[in-house]
Design a protein around this ligand. Sequence first.
Ligand code: PLP
Length: 437
Amino acid sequence: MKTLYFDFAASSPVDKRVFRVMRPYFENIFASPGAVHSCGQKAMAAVDEARGKIAKTIGAQFGEIIFTGSATEANNLALRGAVGAYLRKSAAEPKDFIRANHQPRLIISAIEHDSVLETTRSLAQENKIELVIIPASRQGFVNLNQLKSSLNNRTILVSIIFAQNEIGSIQPIAEVSKIVKNFRDSKLPAAYPLVHTDAVQAFQFLDCDVNELGVDLMTLSGHKIYGPKGAGALYVNSKLQAPNDKQIENSNDKNSKTWDLEFGTWDLPKLIKPILAGGGQEFGLRSGTENVPAIVGLAKAVELADACRLKESARIYRLRYLFWHELKKIFPKLRLNGPLKIKNGDSFSSGFLPSILNVSFPGYLNEDLILRFDLAGISVSSGSACASRSTKPSPVLKAIGLSEKIIQSSLRFSFGRTLTEVDIKEALRRLAKIFAD
Ligand code: PLP
């Protein structure tokens, strides 16, 4: 029996083309990119090429891409890094920070991924920040009026997820950036408040040009876009960083490229503090030997996703519509979580990813259904990848106002590149059998 996988939002298979370009960096070009010898230089050239490719795709500069070990780490770097830099700077130069002894404010939405929610919660528990959480509507849209009214002269960062991983709602990030950037308070240094977005789920389907979005920080992940696991990246606006002393010392070194041209401004305050101490790789922002195969794979996955975005989105929309429409016939009480309706010919203007269908099966428990579906060869999750083994109700579904009962009966079907119409029909046949028994 063929396994029918409906959990692409949790993780996707590595595309063969991605695997192919990664392979030599396991077998032959395995040296540390930090090494001076030619093997090391080859590895560094691959990292540089990958950085350049990703930067180009999202409209960034070469030195604005920081490779990390996951999107979780990238989110931690953005949030902890911004808070760490602010606290360090405000302690060193209190005159520039009128309210130096007051806590900085971080604003996030109630529907962030755990890697943002839990990081900011722990920063608040450590008494480093005041955390403000903006609610979302029943359909999963963040209340922008509330965001506007929550900005104050202590707000150093706003982090709003681009496309929600459980329900698929898309936030108008360019508008968010505009609201935040229009809020200027002379009591804060000019760069604040920073805008961060987690674009992990969005990248596959939406243009993530950082200039159009107006963001300062943006997170990407490899394994949601048919790249490898353990590969993440953080876009850091070059105005927010400055090279560390080591890089300045090395700037005449032939390996250090044209820092002055590519890195942007040197003398602006460093607004992101590294969260790992060590050898100062990744422009001093992420120590640790670069994971060259993963970085090369991430860049290839980014390139492929960018190239097939429109066509693939339309294809997946059709599959999801067919699935929803037919599943409703099989299980008439089926309830959509997030969007109110799914229409034929939906487009992104409807504000939802084509790939995510979160539904409730009233009268059933999701954990039982996952097992029954699995026995029938259908892989599906109850929500976010990290929470899928936990029995606590999804905070995202709670945040959009669903009852505990509905949450306990909800499942997320997420659609992806390897699914075909034949697979959808076969899944529906198996599901019909399950609900007929
Ligand atoms: N952000 C979002 C929106 C996600 O969906 C995920 C994965 O579920 C992550 C972050 C974390 O990604 P990674 O597994 O690369 O840490």
